[in-house]
Every structure is written in C-alpha cells, then in structure tokens.
Design a protein around this ligand. Structure first.
Ligand code: FES
Length: 297
C-alpha cells in the first residue's frame, strides 16, 4: 500500500501551473492599474496558458491514477478519498472563490467603461456670431442635459478668426488641472454683455471677458496664461481643451483632451496634446508613469 501511494505521488508530480496562474492574475491586476493596453493582455495570456496547463495536468494525473487503480485491489472508501485530497480541492475551490471575488469587481470597473464608451452628445454652443473674433467669452452649459445641473460646465472660448479657410477657436475647460476647482478669468468680466443662446442642449450663457492676466484658480493658487499654460501653482499641466467643429454655422464642442503645453498662440499655436488625463495627473515626465488608468467621466 505504501508503495502504491508513492507511485501515485510520483504520477501527480509537482506542477508550476498554479503558481504561473497566480502570477498571470497578478500581472492582469497590475496591468489594470498601470497599463491596460500591454501589461493586462500579457497577464491574461499567462493566466490562460497556465490554466490550460493546469487543467491538462490535472486530467493527466487523474487518468494515471485511474489506470493504476484498475490494476489495484479494490480500495476502501477512506483510501479512494484521502483527507489530503479533499483538503487540496477545498483549498483550491475557496482560493478560486476569493480570487474571483477580488478580481471580478476590479476587472468590471476597469473594462466596462471601455464598452459603455463616452455617450455624451456633442454640445451645441450656438452660432459662431455669438463669439466675436479676438475676444474671450466664458460659455456655461449643461454637458449632459439628462443629468441636469450636476453636469454644468464652463469653457473659455476665443474666436481666433480664420486660419486659411478654416475657422479657428481656442476652447479651454475652466476646470483646474490640479484637483478640479473652477478657475476664473484674471481680468474684467462684462456681465452687462451677458447673453443666453438657445441651443439643442438648452440655454448656453455667454459672458465676455478680458483675461489679461490669464486664468486663476482660487483653491490653491494655480495660474494659467491665455493659452492655458500653467505659469504658477501646483497644477501639473495646462488647462484641458475641447475639440470642436462648425456645423451649419454653429460652434459644436466635442470631447475634451489634455495638453502638456502650448507653443505660440491663437490659431497658429502648436498644441502638445494627450488623451484626457485625470485631475493632478502630469502629461509628461517620470511622474506621469506613476498615475493609474482612471475611468474619467
Ligand atoms: S485646484 Fe486649482 S490649484 Fe488646486
């Protein structure tokens, strides 16, 4: 009996597949935080390959065990289901449940936004005549009319005139890139010229301004110049900007994107752009590597 047990143990043999599987899951979780495009898929590949090897190894061991048993005298109930095998399977089962409980919510939170996408509609700011050339105006609108006031945003809009045959606008988010406080124009705001423009997303309030000193954040003192470049304070990058298009003579906002800095000004500015980043996240430099992938609404 002792010899049969020894043969069984040898047939089962140690396998690295569970360890490789655990490493794969760990790489997936790290990838969800650090790099969704490269590291997470590598982790998935490791986990899948290890899982296949693990399952095949388990099947082979089971067959070997069954073949050996067919040549053995009939075992007692205790011998066929030894306690260590029960404990092994119970541990694996519980471990799998715990891993699923930890991993599934994380994977769901990271992956579902990719499929849900940005459902927000383009934002109609009204006719371009509402934005006189060469002037800044603060346009306040609902970015998601169904969500109501919580989606109210302000963009600084400047009509740069034409570049070639294309109209050019500088459209910056008023949201400070430090922790998201609303910035204010550093200069006069002409409330007497305030107007409300009817658009397909509701009323847009347009207030002309002369931000000679750029834009300032009241929370922690960040300052941005008239192109949105940070000139002082803790903000890690320039003000985010909106993509835009002109449709039937109306100015329509598209998605927001982030920028590290702007060289030059107006329609001829060179914009160093990035996908939209989170509050406090630098666009360049070593610190930008430390920030996790964040689902930005
Ligand atoms: S939120 Fe603007 S400086 Fe902190």
């Amino acid at each position: 009996m002792a010899r049969n047990s020894q043969i069984n143990d040898q047939a089962a043999g140690p396998t690295l597949a569970p360890i490789a599987f655990a490493i794969g899951v760990a790489v997936v979780l790290a990838g969800l935080i650090v790099n969704l495009e490269v590291i997470a898929p590598v982790g998935v590949a490791i986990a899948v390959l290890a899982a296949v090897a693990w399952i095949r190894g388990t099947g082979r061991r089971s067959r070997t065990s069954a073949e050996q048993k067919s040549h053995e005298p009939v075992a007692t109930e205790t011998e066929r289901f030894p306690r260590n095998r029960f404990l092994e399977r119970a541990t694996l089962g519980l471990g799998g449940l715990v891993a699923a409980g930890v991993a599934l919510p994380v994977i769901g939170a990271a992956v579902l936004p990719i499929f849900s996408g940005d459902k927000r509609l383009p934002i109609d700011l009204g006719p371009i005549s509402a934005f006189p050339q060469g002037e800044f105006a603060a346009a306040t609108f609902l970015s998601d009319p169904k969500a109501g006031e919580i989606s109210r945003r302000t963009a600084y809009v400047r009509n740069n005139g034409f570049v070639g045959t294309s109209p050019s606008f500088t459209i910056m988010s008023s949201r400070c890139t430090h922790v998201g406080c609303p910035t204010q124009p550093n200069g006069p705001i002409f409330m007497q010229r305030e107007k409300f423009v009817r658009t397909s997303v509701g009323e847009v309030k347009v207030v002309p301004a002369l931000p000679a000193g750029g834009f300032g954040c009241p929370c922690h003192g960040s300052v941005f110049d008239t192109e949105g470049n940070r000139t002082a304070g803790p903000a890690p990058r320039a003000l985010d900007r909106y993509q835009f298009s002109i449709r039937n003579g109306r100015l329509v906002l598209g998605p927001i994107y982030s920028i590290s800095r702007v060289d030059g000004s107006g329609g001829n500015a060179r914009i160093h752009s990035y996908k939209r980043l989170g509050d406090g996240e630098p666009a360049t430099g070593p610190e930008s590597l430390l920030y996790p992938v964040d689902p930005i609404s």
